[in-house]
Design a protein around this ligand. Sequence first.
Ligand code: GGG
Length: 355
Amino acid sequence: RSLSTSARQSLKIGLIPADGIGKEVIPAAKAAIIAVGSDIPKPEFIDLVAGWECFTRTGVALPEETVEILKNECDCALFGSVSSPSRKVVGYSSPIVALRKKLDLYANIRPVTSVAAQSGQKPAVDLVVVRENTECLYVKEETLTVGENGKEARATRLITERASRRIGQMAFELAKSRPRKHLTIIHKSNVLSVTDGLFRETVRAVPSLPGVDGKYSDVTIAEQLVDSAVYRLFREPEIFDVMVAPNLYGDIISDAAAALVGSLGLIPSVNAGDNFVMGEPVHGSAPDIEGKGIANPLASIRSAALMLRRLDYTKAADRIDNAVDQVIREGRYLTPDLKGKSTTSEVLEAVLSKI
Ligand code: GGG
């Protein structure tokens, strides 16, 4: 299903709530999509399974059927959250990491933006983390042997020119589309000169690739070692616009940046490839609040908007984002992570009333 935006009769959306509060917030995102009415083709939702709970029930964390339906029947998807155990479990592997690879969703785009009137936020934060989504330590090639120091655990960290180039291209495109047009490359090539050195050099070389022809000449480029980037993020977040990073650094930086805008419960993302897009809140499955009805639905609702924006349904995406911003600004209906007392469904109702 690779029809252009205008040619679609319907929009088929795979829904994979997966674990924990994913099951509470993905229905909220679905409701927001329905609320935009005729600004998108008629949405058709396909419920799909994956996750730790799916594994404990069936022995499979990511059923082949889920992948096939996403590939062959869906235009896009929304993923909730997954609770992988922190210990090795034979036969289990993280379904979200696998899904990103199987659908070749090589970029995880995570905007972190403060809503100006949200209490006590200074200075304003308006940045996007572009996280490489398919390699780095997340290739999950780990070994455990026993040597003269006892157990020895090793992990492969893979950085390729191809993956670095395409995430670099995605980051330059994004930087070019934003008012400040500023790109910061995050790495640690003073220590990891081979792996991070390749990432840094390859991203830096994107403007000189054949066919680019000065397209990115208005994008300013900076770089930061990852440790200093985190320090500066907390001291002067306003210096950052688009940050491009290998998988692990991007994961950590975007969670850290979320602290600057009040809550991880506000931060959306899309997993994007050349042919598919999957929205996903940045937060995890939050087992401490699962089932209490107080999970913040705004990250998932914003992820739905980001997904629609990537499919060029700009008006629908704007309506959802504006509604969310109004709800945050008014501060009347907020979940406890934002120091409010509202439930997930009260926040959702407030957003729906403004869409
Ligand atoms: N929605 C983001 C999410 O689920 N985060 C938790 C996560 O990525 N965990 C990795 C895993 O459980 O495999």
